[in-house]
Design a protein around this ligand. Sequence first.
Ligand code: 4IA
Length: 407
Amino acid sequence: MNTSGSPSSKGDPAAVPHLDVDPFSMAFFTDPYPTHEVLREAGPVVHLDKWNVYGVARYAEVHAVLNDPVTFCSSRGVGLSDFKKEEPWRPPSLILEADPPAHTRTRAALSRVLSPTAMKQVRDRFAAAAEAKVTELLDKRSFDAIADIAEAYPLSIFPDALALKPEGREHLLPYASLVFNAFGPPNHLRQEAIERSAPHQAYIAEQCRRENLAPGGFGACIHAEVDEGRITAAEAPLLVRSLLSAGLDTTVNGIGAAIYCLARFPEQWKLLRDDPTLARNAFEEAVRFESPVQTFFRTTTRDVELGGARIGEGEKVLMFLAAANRDPRRWDNPDSYDIHRRTSGHVGFGSGIHMCVGQLVARLEGEAMLAALARRVAAIEIAGEPKRRFNNTLRGLDSLPVTITPA
Ligand code: 4IA
């Protein structure tokens, strides 16, 4: 500390600006972008008094926190709640809410299950389902792009890719919505979701059991890791739970984001139509531009200096992935959706040891759907008022009425 009374010299920790913004309020969700700019411009590290947490919204600091998992740990939870001080609402995830060395083994198991080799097994099915969906929608012409594409397409392939039983699948999206609301503070979104959670939790726990996962699916593949001695029989159901928690609502909002972008920016739609091989990058750019997973926390394991600011041990640090993905310090024209952009380095899938283990599945779904649309649809027009869906972590729409024209 500077105890001499002289002006702070280089090397002294900088004062951290205290802000009274609530990044979990409905006003913020409605239009987060002006506040993202306030957060980035206030300094490399800010303090959010409303929830008594630090925040980082610039690319450099978000990237730095994600890539120092020893100092900024996950095992105390990646939501506001500190598992060292509060009982988690469900048993912690063995991958998301774990640190090395425990994390390393569970991560390796899910990486094998969701590997490039595993993608070859599902690729043709994902593509055929996207084609079938587009055929059905070309017949309808006017529909809701959220319910009828962003939700319907992943629901038509992902539960089957896991080889879940057909019964009870209506619990999948409500359970995921609960998981993502639960990372937030104890606002009405979190509290109401947890109050109504019992039937969804019961469904999920049951489907995670080995006998409820048909051979050949991702679920059975996770349980097969037990036979290889790489995870224990007790760990397997919880790792299946991770896929059920993180594998559906994320791609729903990713695909929803891509369609919303392509409907709003017709010149980008035209570029995709002219070259459908751009589908994969158009999806990736939508993940950067909309950042379906908006925020995540870490917890400090020691006193640390970050961006010139001092943060004590045991503090929660909120990472604004969406603000980092539009930081003008890192991106040219950050607020433009540009399907030709070099998207690599975006933090929409995170970064470092926890970077999305399902990213190949997500990209495969996004690419398959956008490529099928690009080949067979001439135009996507917004045909009614888009309605936002409010969630403490996920950004996306509840409804997007569109009309499509056949190619
Ligand atoms: C889990 C960050 C988000 C995509 C996520 C949510 C839940 C889990 C993992 C990741 O339950 O393991």
